[in-house]
Design a protein around this ligand. Structure first.
Ligand SMILES: Nc1nc2c(ncn2[C@@H]2O[C@H](COP(=O)(O)OP(=O)(O)OP(=O)(O)O)[C@@H](O)[C@H]2O)c(=O)[nH]1
Ligand SMILES: [Mg+2]
Length: 197
């Protein structure tokens, strides 16, 4: 299924947008190890809620967040994938027109950091356009409030991001709502700048 139109701008009559302004739609997919906190980040972003209980995502979920960025209405269409799922199990239409892939790791779990490279390369293999060097990834290190439990060091993250075309990096806590909205606003800005939307 594809939900993005060829034209990135769409006129949508809705209550929050009474004058039918043009709305920019961005498609963002989250990948990361199971339990890294992808669903928690999106639940915090969209519903301002957090639960300590773990319910693994099955397949993929879809959420929407509207932002007002410098007077521009931007709709984030957010695909939350299951960490237990193999990227190869998603059909190629799932990846069509993706504007950004957000890789999420749990800063308290080294394995979730080690898994990022596999996810990044598997994701790239799914794209039809071969603009591999240019595709915008963003890395989120989640659970940052657990500083005593931290297993992934800044230096590892810095080295990883630098070695892949300077992937932008954000540190978040879905639990304490640290940097969550800011990260996604910055992600939207990065996409807008990159594609000149
Ligand atoms: N301490 C802490 N726990 C968190 C944070 N974010 C998520 N968690 C917890 O981590 C566990 C996994 O969170 P989920 O958001 O379900 O992880 P997920 O990446 O969606 O997992 P899958 O759907 O299986 O891929 C849950 O128990 C959450 O409560 C955080 O910022 N801090
Ligand atoms: Mg999930």
């Amino acid at each position: 299924m594809t939900i993005i139109e060829e034209n990135k701008y769409k006129i949508t009559p809705d209550q929050n947008n009474p004058i039918n302004e043009k709305k920019l739609i961005l498609k963002i997919i989250l990948f990361g190890d199971a339990e890294s906190g992808k669903s928690s980040l999106l639940t915090q972003l969209v519903y301002n809620k957090f639960s300590i209980e773990y319910k693994s995502t099955i397949g993929a979920d879809f959420l929407v967040k509207n932002l007002n960025l410098d007077g521009k209405v931007v709709q984030l269409q957010l695909w939350d994938t299951a960490g237990q799922e193999q990227i190869n199990s998603f059909g190629s239409s799932f990846f069509k027109n993706t504007d950004c892939c957000v890789l999420v790791c749990d800063l308290t779990n080294e394995k979730s950091f080690e898994k990022l490279e596999k996810l990044r390369t598997e994701f790239l293999n799914k794209l039809d356009n071969k603009e591999h060097d240019n595709f915008p990834f963003v890395l989120i290190g989640n659970k940052c409030e657990q500083s005593d439990e931290r297993k992934v060091q800044d230096s590892q993250i810095k080295k990883y991001c630098e070695s892949h075309n300077n992937i932008p990096y954000f540190e978040t806590s879905a639990k304490n709502d640290v940097n969550v909205e800011k990260a996604f606003e910055e992600i939207a800005r990065l996409i807008i700048r990159k594609y000149n939307y």
